[in-house]
Design a protein around this ligand. Structure first.
Ligand code: SAM
Length: 235
């Protein structure tokens, strides 16, 4: 059986026996029906992972004994994905794939053509749901670094970084400086408005083509990250 890999942000300074979180206890006890002696791998989402062995597992809690700790090299893709809020299932898919591709941070964007941006009271719920997607994707893809989920921002309020790239059809390919990180902007299904594009270009944002066809926003995000990944020498 494959060793279960679980996110545990508290392992950084822990040693010896630790009680796992309710989420991890539920997964091991109820989903996997794990037993004492089972090995697990825990990671903190900040590049540290620890082998552990279950020493107690019952209805209430799972206790593990922490063993070897490993500090992993930082292999994050130095890109923040500024992703327009699109339909929930497609946005969720994008979060999962961007995590598999090792993105450093994700910035949900509200643009002129964003359909019904989430209201403040729903945002808290969404936040937890998005965070869980990132954690699951890290667990599955053996990514040791949990992407930072930034507060949703309006494109109009966005402070562009020294290297910001906007994916926009019918433009040109772009070369980035691999020594600097990139903020990659992907528009919603209706695209960025002409006014938004004009404002971004005035701020020295570089336009980027993703090929001769019009891609769905979520496909565009993955293609954009992959092309940048190549420039950062990740593939
Ligand atoms: N009709 C819209 C337009 O022309 O912008 C199409 C929007 S597309 C479905 C959603 C987003 O994906 C775009 O705003 C852009 O960021 C990105 N995109 C899709 N295809 C692209 C391409 N070929 N080159 C660059 N960006 C692309």
């Amino acid at each position: 059986m494959r060793t279960p890999r679980l996110y545990a942000d508290t392992i950084s300074h822990a040693s010896g026996e630790v009680v796992l979180s309710e989420r991890n206890h539920h997964y091991l006890a109820r989903v996997l029906r794990a037993k004492v002696g089972q090995r697990v791998s825990l990671f903190n989402g900040q590049g540290c992972s620890t082998d552990a062995v279950i020493t107690e597992i019952n209805k209430r809690q799972t206790v593990v004994n922490l063993r070897d700790r490993t500090e992993h090299a930082d292999q994050r893709l130095p890109v923040t994905l500024g992703m327009a809020l699109i339909k929930s299932d497609r946005f969720d898919w994008t979060l999962q794939k961007a995590t598999e591709l090792g993105v450093t941070a994700i910035l949900p964007l509200i643009t002129q053509f964003t359909d019904s941006p989430p209201k403040a009271d729903r945002l808290q719920k969404k936040w937890g749901h998005w965070q869980e997607i990132l954690v699951n994707a890290c667990e599955q893809s053996e990514n040791h670094w949990l992407p930072q989920l930034l507060e949703p921002a309006r494109l109009t309020d966005l402070r562009v970084t020294s290297q910001t790239v906007v994916a926009h059809p019918a433009t040109t390919s772009v070369t980035v400086d691999p020594l600097e990180s990139t903020l990659l902007l992907i528009g919603p299904e209706g695209g960025f408005s002409d006014e938004e594009v004009e404002t971004l270009l005035k701020k020295q944002v570089k336009p980027m083509s993703l090929g001769p066809r019009i891609l769905r926003a979520e496909t565009a995000a993955i293609v954009g990250l992959t092309l940048l990944g190549q420039q950062y020498g990740q593939y």
